[in-house]
Design a protein around this ligand. Structure first.
Ligand SMILES: Cc1ncc(COP(=O)(O)O)c(C=O)c1O
Length: 284
C-alpha cells in the first residue's frame, strides 16, 4: 500500500506545540467547527465543489464568518494532497481556536484547518449482496442537524445501539419519521419515483444526497416525512454517502424480528452504474 501523505494543520505538519492551543480550543470544548470527508480516486477529489459547499453552509449555520477561512489555500492544499495520495479519503476539519468568554465568542475568532489523509476500506459484499439494517430510534437531535458540525454524539450513541452484525441502522425521530442511517442518507423507490427524508426530519445534508438530487431532479425524487409503513411498501431501498457510494438494503430488523425485505433492484443498480465509476467503487 502506498504511503499516506502527512497530515496538514494550517498548511504544515502539526507539532507538539499545537497541543497547547488545541486543548484550549472551542472546537474541543464545545464542538465548534465543521468537517467533511472527501473520496480520493485516481489522484482526484470526488464531488469537491459539493464538499466546499457543505463546509461553507455548515459555518453559516453556526453563524461564523466565512472570511475567516482562506478557501483558495484550502483548495490548493487539498488538490496537492489528493495528487500525492492517489487513493483513499481526506478528512477536512475547520476548528474554532481558543478565545471568548465561556460560551461567548471572541470578537475575531481564530480558525484552523486540518487535513487528514486516510486509507478507505471498502465492504465489497455490500455492493453485490446489499446489507441488512437495524431499525432504531435516533438517540438525540443535534442542533442544526443538517450541518456536518463536530458534535456527533448522536451518531456515537446510535453506533453503540446498533448490534455489531448490522453494517448500518435506519433511524427514526420522535414523530416516528425515518431520518437517515448512522453515517449515510437513505432513499427508497415507490410508485415509480425515488423518495428521501426531508431535512425537516433531522437528516444531514449529505454530499451524495445532493448529487442524487441533482441527477434525479425533482421529477424523479420526492422529499418527504414518512414512517415505517412507507418504507415497508417500497420496492427498493438504499443507503449512501460520498465515500462509499450506494449500498442496497435488503432487509430491516428490530428486536422482535424482521420488519421488511427488499430486492437489490434495477433502479438502484442504475444509480450505482451512474455514480460508482467516477468514485472508484464497484457496480453490479
Ligand atoms: C449522519 C450522516 N448522515 C449522512 C452522511 C452522508 O454524508 P455524505 O454524503 O456527505 O458523505 C454522513 C456521512 O458521514 C453522516 O455522518
Amino acid at each position: 500500500m502506498p504511503r499516506l501523505p502527512t497530515m496538514l494543520l494550517d498548511g504544515r505538519t502539526p507539532s507538539p506545540a499545537d497541543l497547547d492551543w488545541l486543548l484550549a480550543s472551542r472546537a474541543l470544548a464545545f464542538g465548534e467547527g465543521v468537517f467533511t470527508s472527501l473520496r480520493v480516486y485516481n489522484g482526484q477529489l470526488v464531488f469537491c465543489d459539493d464538499h466546499f459547499w457543505r463546509l461553507r453552509s455548515g459555518l453559516e449555520s453556526l453563524q461564523s464568518d466565512l472570511n475567516a477561512i482562506d478557501w483558495q489555500v484550502l483548495n490548493t492544499e487539498l488538490v496537492e494532497m489528493a495528487a500525492q495520495q492517489q487513493e483513499g479519503a481526506i478528512k477536512v476539519m475547520l476548528l474554532a481556536g481558543p478565545g471568548g468568554l465561556g460560551y461567548q465568542r471572541a470578537q475575531t475568532p481564530q480558525w484552523h484547518r486540518l487535513l487528514h489523509p486516510r486509507p478507505l476500506q471498502l465492504n465489497a459484499q455490500a455492493y453485490t449482496a446489499g446489507i441488512e439494517c437495524w431499525w432504531q430510534a435516533c438517540p438525540g437531535t443535534n442542533p442544526r442537524a443538517a450541518s456536518k458540525h463536530l458534535n456527533r454524539l448522536s451518531q456515537v450513541l446510535a453506533s453503540q445501539g446498533c448490534p455489531t452484525h448490522f453494517p448500518e441502522a435506519l433511524q427514526y425521530n420522535l414523530r416516528g419519521e425515518i431520518i437517515e442511517a448512522i453515517a449515510r442518507n437513505v432513499f427508497w423507490f415507490a410508485d415509480g419515483c425515488w423518495h428521501t427524508p426531508s431535512l425537516m426530519t433531522g437528516a444531514l445534508a449529505g454530499v451524495m444526497r445532493r448529487q442524487l438530487q441533482q441527477h434525479l431532479t425533482a421529477a424523479k425524487l420526492r422529499e418527504s416525512e414518512a414512517g415505517l409503513d412507507m418504507l415497508q411498501q417500497a420496492e427498493e431501498v438504499f443507503v449512501c454517502n460520498s465515500l462509499q457510494g450506494i449500498w442496497p438494503v435488503t432487509s430491516l430488523h428490530h428486536s422482535e424480528g424482521c420488519l421488511a425485505r427488499w430486492q437489490v433492484g434495477s433502479e438502484t443498480r442504475k444509480l450505482m452504474a451512474e455514480f460508482h465509476p467516477q468514485m472508484g467503487l464497484p457496480q453490479i
